[in-house]
Design a protein around this ligand. Structure first.
Ligand SMILES: [Ca+2]
Length: 394
């Protein structure tokens, strides 16, 4: 009797634990396993010089020359390695690769955030892939004086088990060159609702990639022409250069907690195809702001909607870090492209080299013909009441 009840207790306990087991293995939002490379390898970090053998990187599979590097370390030519955060990061030599298997929700989209730095002045890039998705991120442009930046790419999960890989596709002359990566995080992307009175999806940029609370550099969004799978759902980055996704913890954001800063002049274009009715009048409005990041003015954006293009200068106001701008247009098709780029190439006034620019947020597109149609019957109604009044009095 006692045996039986303890066994059923065990079964019950097992049933209680088992579903948790399967959900535990599902990738959680945030750092992936040893995504910051701070987990100590079994035979110690190479900088501790306890071994000459190959270093295993916990939780990662490596291929080619992959090194665990420590901050302050120097490579040939006296270049001091930049480690984005913490003490350790990895450097990928020519054709080298690190990868990790993730358990995800099949059919969902995910954003991968990672920090990267180049080591040499040569053309360096990083290929990030989750098959069948693959994207090469150009590290040639240093957006920040600190020498590294967080980036985000996205993928749609075709399977429950996917392999996230980082590869250095370059064939550098100097084997000590090659990108450094750190702080790899993942976030399941939610599909934003379509608001009733606004044709823009994710209009305030509130849905986006993982951002580390203690990183003040925002997240760069490189080229992404796939609106279905975008680290900032609904939005595309049409240009070769990136735009910066920013948070209200570190920047002035016009609405909510997130916005975009156009940091690449005319080479950083963010756009969306919005649903419209052909030949109908619409208005595009948006917040144009200053990120409060010491960005040297003037700041201006070029806004596009259908065949309209208009530039707007940010005019500083002591009471606010943003203003509202709008463009009227007539839709030509079922879908209308709206887009923004920065008119100027701006840098921060304190270091003169970190790239910055105007902030865009709270983008709205609405049918502007409706207000006139509503006003007319109301006026007509008021007129009728007046007539009735005079008739009664007369
Ligand atoms: Ca926002």
């Amino acid at each position: 009797m006692a045996d039986c009840s303890s066994r059923s207790k065990l079964v019950f306990l097992f049933m209680l634990i088992f579903p948790h087991f399967s959900s535990l293995s599902l990738a959680q939002d945030g750092l992936v396993a040893n995504g910051d490379f701070e987990t100590r390898p079994l035979n110690g970090f190479p900088s501790e010089a306890t071994t000459d053998g190959t270093i295993e990187i916990p939780s990662w599979r490596t291929n080619g020359r992959v090194e665990l590097v420590a901050s302050g370390e120097k490579v040939g030519g006296g270049i001091v390695l930049v480690v984005p955060r913490g003490t350790h990061a990895v450097r990928l030599g020519n054709d080298a690769e690190i990868s990790q298997e993730l358990t995800v929700e099949k059919g969902s989209s995910y954003a991968v955030t990672f920090s990267a730095a180049r080591t040499c002045a040569q053309l360096e890039s990083l290929n990030v892939s989750v098959p069948p998705a693959s994207q090469t991120v150009d590290l040639q442009t240093v957006y920040n004086v600190q020498g590294w930046d967080p980036y985000s790419i996205s993928f749609a999960a075709a399977e429950e088990k996917v392999r996230l890989s980082f590869t250095n596709p370059g064939m550098e002359d100097d084997p000590e060159c090659g990108p450094i990566i750190d702080d790899i995080a993942i976030k399941k992307l939610q599909v934003p609702d379509k608001p009733k009175d606004n044709a823009v999806v994710n209009s305030g940029f509130e849905f986006g990639p993982w951002m580390f609370q203690n990183v003040s550099l925002g997240v760069l969004l490189p080229t992404n022409l796939d609106e279905e799978t975008s680290p900032v759902p609904g939005w595309m980055v049409e240009s070769i250069r990136a735009v910066r996704y920013i948070d209200s913890n570190h920047y002035a954001v016009p609405e909510g907690k997130r916005a975009v800063e156009l940091v690449s002049g005319k080479e950083g274009i963010i756009s969306q195809m919005v649903e419209t009715k052909p030949d109908k009048p619409y208005s595009l409005s948006f917040s144009l702001g200053h990120a409060n990041d010491k960005c040297k003015e003037p700041l201006a954006v070029m806004a596009f909607a259908a065949d309209q293009a208009q530039s707007f200068h940010y005019t500083p106001d002591s009471n606010s870090t943003f203003q509202t701008a709008s463009v009227n247009f007539t839709a030509k098709a079922e879908r209308t492209r709206i887009a923004f780029y920065s008119v100027y190439y701006n840098t921060r006034s304190d270091d003169m080299s970190s790239l910055c620019g105007p902030v865009v947020d709270d983008v709205r597109v609405w049918f502007s013909g409706s207000s006139r149609n509503e006003v007319v019957p109301v006026l007509f109604g008021i007129g009728l009441i007046f007539w009735a009044y005079f008739l009664v009095l007369g």
